[in-house]
Design a protein around this ligand. Structure first.
Ligand SMILES: NC(=O)c1ccc[n+]([C@@H]2O[C@H](COP(=O)([O-])OP(=O)(O)OC[C@H]3O[C@@H](n4cnc5c(N)ncnc54)[C@H](OP(=O)(O)O)[C@@H]3O)[C@@H](O)[C@H]2O)c1
Length: 390
């Protein structure tokens, strides 16, 4: 039985991780769970899996949790230190990093430092501190396995290829709900429209990132670290069907692609079972009906977030952490009705242009850049959109 600790167990990825665990009785033992404030879902998970350790975001959530479920025999903790305790839980061999945003950075870093294999969905952590995280993994021998479907695809296409055989990575993107919407009408985009993703059901933050194409920008940075290739050799293609999850072009012109249904249990199972392949309880692709696959270059003018991510990656140091922080602040403001959709790229651009670049030599450098960029982003957002917008 493989011991598993799950960060963000109550989210879209976290609940799918537990569905995969449940589909393979006897393979995994869930030793520790960390969540934010959704104690109803967490209580059911604790009752079902009886982990030895559970963490929530604060004391108030802990009180609510203990009223819902019998915590005898379960160590219950809270706050950032509680999440780190889950990420370094001794009996866990693998940590699933599926919290959303920068909150996952320190715990995921500590998991790698402790030599735990990490199944990574929480891409923001690699965006913020990719170089540091990879260095820790190399030192301790921890394996970093992607859960993002695109990186899972690339991981499979690259298996057995020598680095010099690879020309470039091709990350596919659905294009989100505004793929064909004219730029002139972007001003009126509502929260509901932006949350209506055409092909994937996901948590709200990544769904907005998909609508702005920032999700693909974050994935370019994630791929840079996971596969050790420069930005110039990572391209993005719009592929509305979301059937090809990504591709690798080799130096002889061969293009290798990974195809599959749009079900996150597939990449989750890949990471949890790696290097083995197990019979999945998911129907395969249906090739009995005609299937057209389209690919097109992204429109960087309508979706400036993609270019901003490339710029931050090329600038290096703490610039990607600043990009991520500004994006998290702007997306939260949009979701709360405090900023219009177009304020997202505008805020990120201003933060990137004004925040000083610094080396990201330590985790503290990264956390300081994150703090500063958030402060700046909040100022920009208040100045631009002082009133509620939708
Ligand atoms: N959803 C997908 O299909 C998908 C695909 C690829 C990659 N990803 C990536 O996976 C990550 C998770 O995405 P998601 O869609 O699953 O997000 P989500 O549904 O919003 O779930 C986020 C999780 O993080 C937890 N969390 C938030 N704030 C926390 C805090 N302060 N302390 C502890 N836990 C906290 C939430 O807990 P509570 O709910 O209990 O507050 C929840 O369990 C993101 O980085 C995303 O980019 C997602």
């Amino acid at each position: 039985m493989k011991g598993l600790a799950i960060l963000g167990s109550t989210g879209s990825i976290g609940t799918n991780v537990l569905r995969v665990v449940d589909a393979f009785p006897g393979r995994f033992e869930v030793t520790a769970l960390a969540a934010g404030g959704n104690v109803e879902v967490l209580a059911a998970q604790v009752a079902g899996h009886r982990p030895k350790l559970v963490s929530v975001k604060d004391e108030a959530a802990l009180e609510r949790l203990s009223a819902l479920v019998d915590l005898r025999g379960v160590r219950a903790v809270s706050g950032p230190s509680g999440m780190v305790e889950v990420a370094t839980h001794e009996p866990a061999r693998m940590v699933v990093a599926s919290a959303v945003g920068a909150v996952g950075l320190v715990p995921t870093y500590r998991a790698l430092e402790a030599g735990k294999d990490v199944a990574l969905a929480n891409k923001e952590t690699l965006v913020m501190a990719g170089e540091l995280m990879l260095a820790r993994a190399r030192e301790t021998g921890a394996r970093l396995l992607p859960i993002d479907s695109e990186h899972c695809a690339l991981h499979q296409c690259l298996e057995g290829q020598r680095p010099e055989a690879v020309r470039r990575l091709l990350l596919t993107a659905s294009g989100g709900p505004f793929r064909s919407r004219p730029r002139e009408s972007f001003l009126g985009i509502t929260r509901e429209e932006a949350l209506a993703h055409p092909t994937w059901r996901m948590g709200p933050k990544i769904t907005i990132d998909s609508a702005t194409l920032m999700n693909k920008g974050l994935e370019v940075i994630e791929a840079r670290w996971l596969f050790d290739l420069p930005a110039a050799r990572i391209d993005v293609l719009i592929h509305p069907q979301s059937v090809v999850h990504s591709m690798v072009e080799l130096v002889d012109g061969t293009v290798l692609a990974q195809l599959g249904v749009t079900d996150m249990r597939m990449p989750i199972q890949y990471a949890l079972s790696y290097p083995e392949k197990w019979q999945a309880p998911i129907p395969g692709m249906d090739f009995t009906k005609p299937l057209a696959l389209e690919f097109a270059p992204p429109d960087r003018e309508r979706f400036p977030c993609l270019g901003l991510a490339y710029r931050a990656l090329e600038a290096g140091g703490t610039a990607p952490a600043a990009l991520n922080a500004a994006n998290e602040e702007a997306v939260a403001a949009f979701l709360d009705g405090r900023a219009p959709f177009l304020a997202i790229p505008e805020t990120i651009q201003e933060v990137l242009e004004t925040e000083p670049r610094a080396p990201a030599a330590t985790l503290e450098d990264v956390l300081e850049a994150d703090r500063r960029a958030r402060e700046r982003a909040r100022q920009v957002l208040t100045r631009r959109s002082p009133a509620r917008v939708h």
